[in-house]
Write a protein that binds this ligand. Structure first.
Ligand code: NIG
Length: 394
């Protein structure tokens, strides 16, 4: 069964040859894109959907999400807006609530957030553990995330839980906790920051994850300068996320990491920067230097309680100096690269983040003639239709 979507006023493909196509059509067969080009040359199909001049682009790929949690931290947010600084210690509040919640409650929250994200055009999202911080609670967090998220990341090294010596906890994470969680996850992450884990501790966790065959991610340079970016590049992490405090050498290291074709994505989290009243990550500088940038929501109850990639894209354009095209690319293809899903993967799963033949048929149609409206009309819900794996889901 082939579906022809035609009458697309402006199609963003993220494909270097196809580029942006005006008056475009897309043919979807099964879960993949079968054909892309000008509507005038579109092949016949079994079904037709008329986009009526609206803009289409790939579904958002949200590559940094903490959706396995319980509890509410709106009081902490209000205090922050009244002038209190963000401190990593707030994570412990969510850890207590998450440990007390049932699996069904955690799953219901994740389902609610994933539905909300999908309605906003997000067709793939990552899910991190990291609010359990015991072997049992990290395992059940990973189980809840598996099957609900596109990729699952183990973040046992999110914070040193109460009652632990930091180095002993690191050994626990890199040893028995990792042994128990590794079969359920795709990647390992560490919060490398003052108040969380230092360079040596972060290295220990990441190297243990790499030895298990997991992809590496790092939370780095969020609250101040630190070793996160350098460590991520040195160890070949897929991404280093937050990156709000970067010196010129770190920017150059991120850009230079792509010299051999594979490197470390700099993931910026605009909603988090705003919600913590931190400086916005220097996405413009990163792109100008040649780094690969992703934009993600960092949805979590502490620092960024939003699933809206459109909000993040609008912020990146209006306040970080990106063009609309750069921001859309970072929020789609950038996220796919950060998740290692921009090509066909070893399990034969189709690529994400592009609209071209062979890619997964994940598309969103805007109630607008061009993607520029995402920033031109900030805050307006523009998503009119969404297809995921070739199926209309909205
Ligand atoms: O990415 N930085 C560490 N982790 C989360 C914050 C989590 C929290 O405060 O609950 C983040 O911002």
């Amino acid at each position: 069964m082939a579906l022809l979507i035609d009458g697309i006023g402006e199609l963003t493909t993220n494909d270097d040859e196809l580029g942006r196509v005006a008056d475009a059509a897309v043919v979807v067969e099964g879960e993949r894109i079968a054909w892309v080009g000008p509507a005038s040359r579109a092949p016949a199909a079994d079904e037709r959907f008329d986009a009526a001049g609206r803009a289409a682009l790939p579904g958002w790929v949200d590559s940094h999400v903490h959706p396995v949690f319980a509890g509410d931290r709106s009081a902490e947010f209000e205090a922050r807006m009244a002038g209190q600084a963000y401190a990593a210690g707030g994570i412990a509040t969510t850890v207590d609530a998450t440990r007390a919640a049932s699996d069904a409650e955690l799953a219901a929250t994740l389902d609610r957030l994933a539905d909300e994200a999908l309605a906003g055009g997000t067709t793939a999202l990552e899910a991190k553990t990291g609010y359990g911080l015991t072997i049992d609670d990290e395992v059940r967090s990973a189980r809840v995330a598996r099957g609900r998220a596109e990729a699952v990341t183990f973040l046992g090294a999110h914070l040193v839980p109460e009652g632990w010596d930091a180095d002993a906890y690191v050994e626990h994470v890199a040893g028995p906790m990792l042994d128990a969680v590794a079969p359920l996850v795709d990647a390992i992450d560490v919060f490398c920051e003052r108040g969380a884990f230092d360079e040596a501790q972060s290295r220990r966790v990441l190297e243990a994850g790499a030895a298990k065959g997991l992809a590496l991610r790092v939370h780095g340079n969020q609250l101040g300068p630190g070793p996160g970016v350098r460590l991520a590049v040195e160890l070949g992490a897929r991404s280093v996320d937050h990156v709000a405090f970067l010196d010129d050498e770190e920017v150059a290291a991120l850009a230079g990491s792509w010299a051999a074709g594979i490197g470390t994505v700099a993931t910026v989290l605009p909603a988090c920067d705003l919600s913590t009243r931190m400086p916005l990550a220097p996405a413009r500088r990163l792109l100008d230097a040649g780094a690969v940038v992703a934009i993600a929501t960092n949805c979590n109850p502490g620092t960024s309680y939003t699933t809206s990639m459109a909000f993040c894209v609008a912020t990146a354009v209006l306040q970080m100096g990106l063009t609309v095209e750069e921001a859309v690319r970072a929020a789609t293809l950038g996220g796919a690269i950060a998740l290692g899903r921009d090509g066909e993967d070893a399990d034969g799963r189709p690529p994400l983040g592009r609209i071209r033949p062979g890619a997964r048929a994940d598309l969103q149609l805007l109630e607008a003639p061009s993607a520029a409206h995402l920033a031109y009309r900030p805050g307006v819900p523009l998503v009119g239709a969404v297809w995921r794996r070739g199926e209309r889901v909205r």
